[in-house]
Design a protein around this ligand. Structure first.
Ligand code: ADP
Ligand code: ZN
Length: 298
């Protein structure tokens, strides 16, 4: 099958043409400006590629509820030009093909369970730590939506006593994103995260906060694997720090074979930063299988 994949991000739109095995034939990236400017470029790209279905993993918040009147909309995003924009509707109309739609992070976790190291697992959490923090949750074999979709990057945190930073989230100040996303690292330490590579105290604090959130996810969801991606996680020294703090924070309360092998439990992505776009191929394949036509409501 010839499938289109769109990883719609706040700064760039990654577009790919591939197939149902996760193979990517070609890929381009277009800056995210406004729907008026950006959408015609995206539509033009997918139209000439003659795809059979499109899968979109989108920055949010979005409405992924197929029964809702605003299904397929980007909803209350701080990117004002895209607020209340019917992105699925625009593609369906222009391309006249089935369109799959979910959050960018649900796309990424789907990529990992379909094509990557989490294949065959039933409960997996994927967390991205970049400009923001988001989590995609695959549970009992399905992508979790619930009343909206998880916003686990905004879980509230207990600040460490030695951290005077006031936090950057406009809604919660010191949630995980407010304390640990790339912009928070930069504001707290006065330098871009990448330039702080050799500062041990930076990554110790960062790992502490990430571990605190992961401990909450472990206790709540009981995942079989946690995958960490996003720009900040390119600092690979974070992994042993996070694993160590998670172990400490759980206090030996849960005993599973997964937790005994932390190095295969809390892991980097296995798909070399293609997990998101490959997940979108799977979203496209699923949409095609559903015979998802223009007025499909699920
Ligand atoms: P986005 O979240 O916008 O899709 P990224 O996942 O690349 O993009 O995240 C960007 C954030 O990650 C920025 O705040 C940047 O400072 C930080 N970042 C990017 N690369 C690195 C790196 N190698 N080490 C540490 N931080 C990084
Ligand atoms: Zn927040």
């Amino acid at each position: 099958m010839r499938l289109g994949a769109l990883e719609a991000g706040g700064t760039k739109m990654v577009c790919a043409i591939g197939d149902e095995t996760g193979k990517i034939f070609e890929q381009i990236s277009i800056p995210t400006v406004t729907p008026e400017e950006t959408m015609p470029q995206l539509i033009g790209y997918f139209k000439q590629a003659k795809i059979e279905a499109l899968g979109i993993g989108c920055f949010g918040p979005i409405d992924p509820d197929r029964c809702s009147d605003t299904y397929g909309y980007i909803t209350s995003t701080p990117k004002l030009a895209w607020r209340n924009y019917n992105i699925v509707g625009a593609f369906r109309e222009a391309l006249a093909c089935p369109v799959g739609f979910d959050t960018d992070v649900n796309g990424a976790v789907l990529g990992e369970v379909t094509f990557g190291q989490a294949k065959g697992k039933n409960c997996v959490v994927y967390v991205t730590i970049g400009t923001g923090v988001g989590a995609g949750i695959f549970i009992e074999g399905k992508l979790l939506h619930g009343m909206l979709h998880p916003e686990a990057g905004h879980v509230l945190m207990q600040k460490r006593a030695d951290d005077p930073y006031q936090g950057k989230c406009p809604y919660h100040k010191t949630c995980l994103e407010g304390l640990a996303a790339g912009p928070a690292i930069e504001e707290r330490w006065g330098q871009k995260a990448i330039a702080l590579k050799d500062r041990k105290e930076v990554w110790d604090l960062e790992g502490y906060y990430i571990a605190q959130a992961l401990s909450g996810y472990i206790l709540t969801l009981s995942p079989e694997m946690i995958i960490l991606g996003g720009g900040v996680m390119h600092q690979e020294q974070l992994f042993p720090i996070i694993r160590g703090y998670v172990k400490e924070m759980l206090g030996g309360y849960i005993r599973t074979k997964e937790l005994e092998h932390m190095e295969t439990y809390i892991v980097p992505s296995s798909l070399e930063d293609c997990q998101g776009i490959m997940g979108c191929l799977e979203l496209a394949k699923r949409a095609a299988g559903e015979n998802d036509c223009k007025d499909y409501k699920g």
